[in-house]
Design a protein around this ligand. Structure first.
Ligand SMILES: CC(C)(COP(=O)(O)OP(=O)(O)OC[C@H]1O[C@@H](n2cnc3c(N)ncnc32)[C@H](O)[C@@H]1OP(=O)(O)O)[C@@H](O)C(=O)NCCC(=O)NCCS
Length: 177
């Protein structure tokens, strides 16, 4: 497995990965999340053009997971990280989060942030193991609060969600696998 920048000819596969990965939420009766719009090639293209989309590829250079990054309030923000269930639990997600940390570090950014479900085993508890910590509501920056409001509009906050932050640089505790 290696990680490279996403190309336009990868993007249809990324939509497939997203749809397949979201199926995991059905096991927790989170059907709204499983059925959430997986996005489109058109929505992914700007991330690829901006160099903020990365794919984990197999030996045939076929994407099996991907990472989308935004810049939110001066930090790298994980807009999406997904691994195809056929390739799950092989540390690909961990490597993609490592890529987010490297990307941020190379740009002198201080942290990686994300929003996720607190009680889903492969979300909040998983990111905690990767070194993220939960932000209290009053620690959320305006851009993170705006993302929360957008999720509310889509009904995705029917289950507890929170912001998490991985601090980089001095004192950082990200564990690279
Ligand atoms: C989150 C995700 C990217 C992790 O990818 P991954 O490559 O499987 O993760 P890793 O191999 O690095 O870590 C696996 C760990 O995640 C947790 N995990 C993954 N899938 C799990 C599942 N179905 N049930 C419980 N825990 C799970 C476990 O802690 C697991 O460790 P273990 O295998 O030692 O028990 C992947 O599960 C995914 O795409 N999920 C659906 C989409 C999603 O939730 N994206 C994040 C939105 S914020």
């Amino acid at each position: 497995m290696r990680i490279r920048a996403a190309r336009h000819d990868d993007l249809a596969r990324l939509v497939e990965i997203e749809r397949a990965a979201a199926e995991a939420f059905r096991s927790l009766d989170m059907h709204l999340v499983a059925d959430d719009d997986p996005g489109s090639v058109e929505e992914l293209a700007p991330y690829a053009d901006a160099g903020r989309a990365f794919v984990a590829v197999d030996a045939d250079d076929r994407p099996v997971g991907y990472l989308l990054l935004d810049l939110v309030d001066g930090n790298a923000h994980v807009e999406q990280v997904s691994v195809h269930p056929d390739n799950a639990r092989r540390s690909i997600g961990r490597a993609l989060i490592g890529q987010a940390a490297s990307w941020a570090g190379e740009r002198g950014l201080r942290a990686v942030t994300l929003r996720t479900y607190v009680a889903v085993p492969w979300n909040g508890p998983y990111y905690e193991r990767l070194g993220f910590r939960y932000l209290a509501a009053d620690e959320e920056t305006p851009g993170l609060r705006a993302l929360r409001d957008r999720e509310r509009g889509a009904g995705l906050d029917a289950w507890p969600r929170a912001c998490m932050r991985l601090s980089l640089g001095a004192g950082a505790n990200h564990r690279r696998g």
